[in-house]
Design a protein around this ligand. Sequence first.
Ligand code: HEC
Ligand code: HEC
Length: 425
Amino acid sequence: MKVIKSLVIVFTIHVLLANNVVSAKQWQGENNNTLSKSEFTLAKHCPPSFELTPQGVCRLLTQYQFYTSVQNKGLGGTQTNLPPHRDGFTPAQIDLGRYLFFDPALSKDGSISCASCHQPDKGFSDNLDRSIGITGEKIARSAPTLWNVAFVDKFFWDARAKSLEEQALGPLYDPLEMGNTPEKLLATIRSTPTYVKLFAQAYPDMQEIGLEQIYTSLTAFQTSLISLNSRYDRYAHGYHQALTKDEIAGLNVFRSFVARCAECHQPPLFTNNEIAVIGSPEPEGRKLDIGAEKTYNAPKLKGAFKVPTLRNITQSGPYMHSGRYKDLREAVKFYNDGRGNSIPEGEEMLIHWHISEPNLTDDELDLIVTFLGTLTDESLTPRIPQQVPSGLPVIDEKYQERSKAARTQQKLNHNNENAITQSGE
Ligand code: HEC
Ligand code: HEC
C-alpha cells in the first residue's frame, strides 16, 4: 500500500494548515505491528487535509473552497467550487470507523468486511465485475469507488439511499453481502471489550453502544477518503506543467461540446451527482437492470444510474454498474459507438440528451484515456489496521479464495466473449 510521503496540501493552503495537519502515520493511533488488545487507541488528530475546529471536529480544507460557484465558468471549467462536503466528525469517530470498516466481525460469519469489496489498493473497489459476498455468489452490481463519497448525496448505482448511514444498512444486512442482522451486529460489538472501550472514547455522552454509533462511525471514516490532489488538480490550480501536451489535449476532448463528457462528469469531482440513462450494456446473458426506475417508480428512468466520479478511475475497473467493461478504453469507446447502441431488442430507453454521436477518432479516444490517468491521487489512503478489535484476520482467507476463483472465472468469460466477437467479425 502506498505510504504518505509528505503533506499533500496544494500551494498556498499548506501555510494555512500547517498548525493543524498531521501525516497519516501520526494520525492513526497504532504504531507497530503487534498490538495487544489493551493497546488499541484512537487518533486525537484529524486526518491530513482536515483541520480541527475549536469544537473538536474535523473540517476539510481544499484549494477548491476558494473558488466561486459552478456558474459562469463554462463547461468543464477547472476553477469551480465543490458541492457541500459531509464533515464535522471527531478524530476518534473517524478512526473508530476505520477499525469497523476493516473488521470482518461486521459480517454474519466473520469472513468479510466492508474493505473486502472496497479495497484501498483497488480504488476502494475489488477488481471484480460484480462483487461477491459471504455466499461466494456474485451480487447484482459492481462495487463503486468510495473516494470522495463525502460529496455524494445519493448512494448506490440506482440512488436508492439518501445518506451514508442509510447506505450502510444495505451491505450489512443483505443476505448475499455481509448477511448480518442488527441484533447480531450489536451483540458482537457490545461483547468485544476493545470496542466497548473505543466506543466510549469516541462517544463520551453515550449510555450504551447502539446501531446509530456504528453507522455514524462508518460514515465518519468514509468522509475522510478525499482525493483532490492529482496532477489534474495541480493543473487546475494553475500549474500548467503538471500535465503533458497529450493529457491537456485529452482534457480538451473530454470537455469539448462534441464529446460532452464534462456535462455529466463535471469537474472538480468529475460527477454532477445526477442520474442519467446512458444505456450501457449488461453482461452477456444478464437481463436489463432497470436501475433508478425502481427507486423513483418512474418508467422514464429505466436504465438510469448515478453518474460515477472518475477520480482514481484507473484503479477501480471493471467499469459501469455491471462491470461490463474490463478496461477504460472499452468503457470510453462505448460512448462513441452511437447513441443507444446497446439497448436490448424490444426495450425502450430514454437516452440522456448529452449522449450524442461524437464520432471521435481512435486518437481522440486514446487521448481521453490518457487524460483520465491524471485523475489519480491516493496520497490520503488511510492505513489498513494491522489488527482489528475483534481479533479476526483483516482480510479473511476464505474471502481471498472465493474472490480469486471469481477473478479467474471472470478472465475466462472475458476471453470467451472476445473469442466470440472475433469469430463473429
Ligand atoms: C460484498 C461486497 C460488498 C461489501 C461487503 C460492502 N460493499 Fe459497499 N458496495 C458494494 C456494491 C456492489 C455496491 C453497489 C451496489 C448497488 O449500487 O446496488 C456498493 C455500494 C456502496 C456505497 C455507495 C457508493 C456510491 O457512490 O453510491 C457505499 C458508500 C458503500 N458501498 C460502503 C460500504 C460499507 C460502509 C460497507 C461495510 C458496512 C460496504 N460497503 C460493504 C459492495 C460491497
Ligand atoms: C449523460 C451523462 C453522461 C455523459 C455525457 C457521459 N457519461 Fe460517463 N457515465 C454516466 C453514467 C450514468 C455512468 C454509469 C452508467 C452505468 O453504470 O451503466 C457513466 C460511467 C462512466 C464510466 C465508468 C465509471 C465507473 O466507475 O465504472 C466512464 C469511464 C465514463 N462514464 C466516461 C465517460 C466519458 C469519457 C464520456 C465522454 C465521452 C462520458 N462518460 C460521458 C453518465 C455520462
